[in-house]
Design a protein around this ligand. Structure first.
Ligand code: NAP
Length: 310
């Protein structure tokens, strides 16, 4: 039997890239009678209303949550405890509280204690994003064809979980389920480590003295610029990811450092076979990602080769 993906009243707590994209996707799919949005700044609330992805805005997180059937926390992970503590008295029985945070164990730990009996708490994470922030960065197609991982707490109401999964599917996503700790380990290698490598390499280039910054920028098409996209991601969000997924990130950084040392040794010893074997293996990973429909097969990420920067 198909599950109705619609909610009467949806509250979006946080109206940036993800909250904004969700608002647009809800409007596209007609998935709510009313979408109410909360953001801390007046500028964001005003812009969200102008862009039309919310019907109402409020400066009070409590007012946003009151009477809502679905509350989606679209704020940095470090703000989850504070927001959940504030909305606790306003949550109505039968409502579902979910989030979009990039780590899940810390959300269960920080938000869970504030969710009253009779309210469904089903954390989630859409694996979709860009390096941009704020309400103007949001767009309805962000979640199309991308995975959304739900991490229901033990004993979660099956009907509520099925409804939230149907909601994400109606927003364009494919839905998967995981234990929060497993989610954090998987995302540490697929998302958190790549961002840290990008932050590190761009930081290293920025600190160079023998190669000038002007040269780094001028010749960036050699590979460097692809790291700068990740390294331009929101500093607050990534600070909170690092602080809240510490163990899994340190585990992946440890493995990465060991493998980097092995690569360094292959270069030092002139071990061409080892280098060729690694580079062949990694090329196959790229092909698997394309075969799984998770990226564009066009060369150079589909950038127009004739594109001349202004
Ligand atoms: P964003 O564009 O920076 O938007 C964040 C929103 O949260 C803004 O509306 C901001 O309000 C509000 N906010 C910030 N700090 C707050 C606080 N302490 N208390 C209450 N509200 C606060 O960020 P985003 O990219 O949408 O990220 C939101 C969440 O999505 C994060 O948990 C992130 O881990 C997750 N996520 C991000 C991506 C991505 O690629 N960016 C992908 C998947 C999941 P103001 O506008 O008033 O400042």
């Amino acid at each position: 039997m198909s599950v109705d993906p619609k909610f009467k009243r949806i509250a979006l707590i946080g109206l940036g890239l993800i909250g904004g994209s969700l608002g647009h996707a809800i409007k596209r799919g007609k998935l709510a009678d009313v979408v109410v949005g909360y953001a801390s700044s007046e500028a964001t609330r005003k812009r969200a209303k102008e862009l039309g992805f919310v019907d109402e805005v409020t400066a009070s997180v409590v007012d946003a949550a009151r009477d809502a059937d679905l509350i989606v926390l679209c704020v940095p992970v470090g703000a989850i405890a504070k927001v959940c503590a504030e909305i606790e008295p306003a949550l109505k029985v039968g409502a579902t509280v979910t989030d979009v945070g990039s780590v899940k164990n810390a959300v269960v730990r920080d938000g869970g204690p504030f969710i009253p009996d009779g309210v469904h708490f089903i954390p989630g994470h859409p694996i979709a994003g860009t390096e941009q922030s704020g309400p103007d960065a949001g767009f309805a197609e962000l979640f199309d064809g991308r995975w959304c991982i739900l991490t229901p707490v033990p004993g979660a109401d099956r009907a509520a979980v099925a409804k939230l999964a149907a909601f994400w599917e109606a927003c364009g996503s494919k839905v998967d389920f995981m234990e929060p700790k497993h989610h954090d380990l998987v995302l540490a290698i697929t998302s958190h480590l790549p961002h840290l490598i990008a932050y590190n390499i761009v930081g290293t280039a920025d600190d160079m003295e023998t190669v000038t910054q002007a040269e780094v920028i001028k010749y960036s098409a050699g590979g460097f610029r692809d790291f700068t996209r990740l390294a331009a991601s929101d500093p607050t969000m990534w600070r909170d990811v690092c602080l809240n997924n510490k163990d899994a990130i340190l585990e992946m950084l440890g493995r990465f450092s060991e493998d980097l040392s092995a690569l360094q040794r292959s270069i030092r010893w002139g071990d061409g076979d080892a280098l060729f074997e690694l580079f062949t293996r990694t090329r196959a990973v790229r092909r698997s990602i394309i075969d799984a429909g998770q990226d564009n097969p066009a060369p150079n990420f589909g950038r127009d080769p004739a594109h001349k920067p202004q």
